[in-house]
Design a protein around this ligand. Structure first.
Ligand code: BTN
Length: 143
């Protein structure tokens, strides 16, 4: 009976350790790809949760531009399944996208569930109503 209790306790501790191990993996650092085929790379997070990175979108609202890598700046609130926000300042377009989301871990790995707002520069206040798009993206870790 005593051995049984020790064994069960060890199994429980192992599961907790495994859970924490997976949870810690949700740190955003690395390469990610979303369902549109866009890629982003997020570098180290500093002690306050701020991070930088780069984004290569697979799609654009423009028909006549060459897509280029664009810088990311963001912040993460550390927890086992952290929430985060970042923006992309597009280098080939007059727009900015903000993303907010949360990192979840499932059997196939880490998943960033995000929602975004894409604001283009409106020519005038009268045109402003048409200058914001909204959507969602799910990112999976590449590396
Ligand atoms: C632009 O077209 O003005 C800049 C590129 C915008 C790309 C958007 S941002 C939200 C969505 N998710 C992506 O990976 N790409 C598009």
């Amino acid at each position: 009976m005593k051995n049984m209790i020790i064994f069960s306790t060890l199994i429980l501790l192992f599961q907790v350790a495994l859970y924490n191990c997976n949870a810690e993996k949700c740190d955003l650092k690395g390469k990610w790809k979303n369902e549109l085929g866009s890629n982003m790379t997020i570098s180290d997070t500093d002690k306050n949760g701020y991070f930088i990175g780069s984004y290569l979108t697979a799609v654009t609202t423009h028909t006549d531009v060459e897509i280029k890598k664009s810088p990311i700046s963001g912040v993460i609130l550390p927890s086992s399944q952290p929430i985060f926000a970042f923006h992309v300042k597009w280098t080939f377009s007059d727009s900015i996208t903000t993303f907010t989301g949360q990192c979840f871990v499932d059997s196939s790995g880490e998943r960033l569930e995000t929602m975004w707002l894409l604001k283009a520069t409106a020519r005038s206040s009268d045109d402003n109503w048409a200058s914001t798009r909204v959507g969602s993206n799910v990112f999976r870790r590449l590396i």
